[in-house]
Each structure stands twice: as structure tokens, then as C-alpha cells.
Design a binder for this molecule. Structure first.
Ligand SMILES: Nc1ncnc2c1ncn2[C@@H]1O[C@H](COP(=O)(O)OP(=O)(O)OP(=O)(O)O)[C@@H](O)[C@H]1O
Ligand SMILES: [Mg+2]
Length: 239
């Protein structure tokens, strides 16, 4: 069963087509990796799916409903949630309050929202920072906070935009494990990442984007052996 169908999705900015006629279907509970050079349109694709940008053309069907043109809040309520490559927590607010704001979308009462926020904070292992201002978190903590804010919205489809960027390998490993658990719990994931070891460890299928288009899509091992993918992104050294 497919959870997401993207048809002819296109976004043009003055003179530049950042996402160019993308067609992709994501199965329920799938883990789809997405790679491609800087400027390939990966983040723009996420912004189109999550409602931050209106498409120039095309359609997004999520869980059987046409969500094209919906607001980000309405898309999130429907269960499609993204993280941001450039994180923007409320820095003076505590970790708990940042996550509780997100949890409020699912829980009307302040008490229930805080209780749920605390569970999610535990889950991402930020418990020792619960009352710290978000602005005081180290990079790895900010990444965990970004994940927590997304999880507090109880997504069915989670779009992850470079959640490992800026981390050293020792910080990446526990987050990769956390992503594995989130997926095992039944969340469908689209995972934009440049760290190839993580992409290969987690992805069930791999989409390669270049210049706004799908360059390759399929079994990760086959995709990374594709000469066009090596030329456009991976380079001969990786091969
Ligand atoms: N709001 C905007 N206005 C104009 N051009 C934009 C806008 N957002 C993105 N672009 C352009 O669209 C193209 C795709 O950008 P995008 O951020 O989606 O790439 P990306 O694949 O996420 O790259 P990276 O790996 O560096 O994060 C780039 O050329 C970028 O400069
Ligand atoms: Mg990007």
C-alpha cells in the first residue's frame, strides 16, 4: 500500500526549476533514502511535500487525500512532518517548552502536551537537558531536539533533512540507531543525507536527484553502482 504519491511535482523560482517533474511513490512503512549534489532540489522537494512552498505544477497525495496546496499545519495534522536542515528552535525557551509546543498539536490540554513532550524527550535522550534553554544545546543536542519536535507531532511520514550533518561519527551512531527504532515503530521515513554510510545502513530504496530531477531510483546497492550516479554525485573514489 502506498502512503505517498507524488506526481509531476515541479517548483520553479524565477528562471530556475529547483524541482522538475518528480514522480515518486512511497510505500507505507518504507525507508526511502534521498541523495544528490548540493542544489539538486532535495530540500525544496521536502518544502513542497510539507506545505511550506506551493508547487508550480503537480500533485501530492498523502494517505489517499490530495494535500497539494495545504498549509504546513494542516499537512502536519494529517501526519506528514518534516525536520529543517537549518534548525530554528526558540532559543530562549527550554527544551521542554519547545517540544510541548509541537505536542500541543496532538494534545489539547497543557498537561497532556507536557506529558507527551517529556516522553518524546526521553526517547531522543535529551532528558538531562529538559529545562535547559534550547540555545545552550550542543549541535548533537539541537539535532535531537529537531527530531523530538517532529516526533511530538506523531508523524506517519517523517521527512528528515540532513539530521546527521555537522556531527562527528561518534555522535552519528546513536542517532542512526534512533532512526532505526522510529522506523521499526511503524513510521515511514524519507531521509535526505550526504553521509553515505548512514544512507546505505538505513535505506530500503534510494532516490538520487540531480538538477531537480530523478536521476535514479531503486535498490540502494544497484543505484550506487549506476555510472550516472557515480558521475553526478558519488565520484570515482566512492565507487
Ligand atoms: N526560495 C528560493 N528562491 C530561489 N531559489 C531557491 C529557493 N530555494 C531554493 N532555491 C534554489 O533551488 C535549488 C535547489 O535547492 P535545494 O535547497 O532544494 O537543494 P538541496 O538539494 O537541498 O541542496 P543541499 O544538498 O545543498 O542542501 C538551488 O539552486 C537553490 O539555490
Ligand atoms: Mg538541502
Amino acid at each position: 500500500m502506498s502512503l505517498l504519491q507524488v506526481e509531476d511535482l515541479t517548483k520553479s523560482f524565477a528562471g530556475l526549476t529547483a524541482v522538475d517533474s518528480v514522480d515518486v511513490t512511497v510505500a507505507d512503512r518504507e525507508f526511502l533514502g534521498i541523495i544528490g549534489p548540493n542544489g539538486a532540489g532535495k530540500t525544496t522537494l521536502f518544502s513542497l511535500l510539507a506545505g511550506q512552498l506551493p508547487p508550480t505544477r503537480g500533485r501530492v497525495v498523502f494517505d489517499g487525500r490530495d494535500i497539494t496546496g495545504w498549509s504546513p499545519a494542516k499537512v502536519a495534522d494529517a501526519g506528514l512532518v518534516r525536520t529543517f536542515q537549518l534548525m530554528r528552535p526558540f532559543e530562549s525557551m527550554s527544551v521542554l517548552d519547545n517540544v510541548a509546543i509541537a505536542a500541543h498539536h496532538r494534545h489539547r490540554s497543557r498537561k497532556a502536551a507536557r506529558r507527551h513532550a517529556l516522553e518524546v524527550i526521553d526517547r531522543v535522550q535529551l532528558d538531562r537537558y529538559v529545562h535547559s534553554p534550547s540555545g545552550s544545546l550542543p549541535t548533537a543536542g539541537l539535532k535531537r531536539l529537531e527530531l523530538a519536535r517532529a516526533l511530538a507531532l506523531e508523524p506517519r511520514l517523517l521527512l528528515l533533512d540532513e539530521v546527521l550533518a555537522g556531527l562527528v561519527p561518534a555522535e552519528r551512531a546513536p542517532i542512526i540507531e534512533l532512526l532505526r527504532e522510529i522506523h521499526a515503530d511503524g513510521v515511514t521515513v524519507m531521509f535526505v543525507e550526504h553521509i553515505m554510510a548512514a544512507v546505505m545502513a538505513l535505506s530500503e530504496r534510494l532516490l538520487v536527484m540531480a538538477e531537480g530531477r530523478e536521476l535514479a531510483l531503486g535498490d540502494p546497492q544497484q543505484v550506487i553502482a549506476d555510472p550516472r550516479v557515480i558521475e553526478a554525485y558519488l565520484g570515482e573514489d566512492y565507487a
